[in-house]
Design a protein. Structure first.
Length: 173
């Protein structure tokens, strides 16, 4: 019984703490509240079922995100997704950039709110790629898979979005 209480406490403190982040990620990908709830709940149920394995991960957030992506892929295999435009999440102020590239260089030069204002002006398909790539840290291959787009199309949108962002930010100087 003591072991079960430890697992429950771990789940509440470490796993459930990432629930909101998980929902925002799923919202960015799907733009469907019901699907977000379903996938998030399935992810949490899987995390609870495999709590002994989740406890071993050094990055629980990453494990939950991977589980959610896999659940979403499974859903898309069974159903055809409706990919519509994506709004900017409210918490877009904390962009965790994972690698050195054009947008990170721009962020070093510009204030975050200026960059966020520029992202808000992007076309929906560019905004989706930028948010999934930089805010949620997804690879461009994963972005292509999640949005049911061709990989080369996503790469082109990414490159074009960075160019548009650079122009918008230079215009704002």
């Amino acid at each position: 019984m003591d072991s079960r209480n430890q697992y429950r406490r771990f789940f509440e403190e470490e796993v459930h703490a990432h629930y909101e982040y998980l929902c925002k990620f799923l919202w960015t990908v799907t733009n469907d509240r019901l699907l977000v709830r379903d996938i998030a709940q399935e992810t949490m149920a899987t995390a609870w079922e495999k709590i002994h394995r989740i406890k071993e991960y050094s990055n629980i957030k990453h494990a939950l995100l991977s589980t959610a992506k896999n659940k979403l892929y499974d859903h898309y295999k069974k159903n055809k997704p409706n990919t519509s435009s994506v709004p900017i999440p409210e918490v877009c102020c904390d962009l965790p950039f994972l690698e050195e590239d054009g947008l990170k260089r721009l962020l070093r030069k510009e204030e975050r709110r200026t960059v966020l204002a520029a992202i808000a002006l992007l076309a929906a398909e560019y905004k989706r790629v930028i948010l999934l790539r930089y805010y949620y840290g997804q690879s461009l291959r994963d972005v292509a898979k999640m949005t049911k787009s061709n990989y080369n199309t996503v790469v082109s949108r990414h490159r074009r979005a960075l160019k548009v962002l650079e122009k918008l930010l230079r215009k704002g100087e």
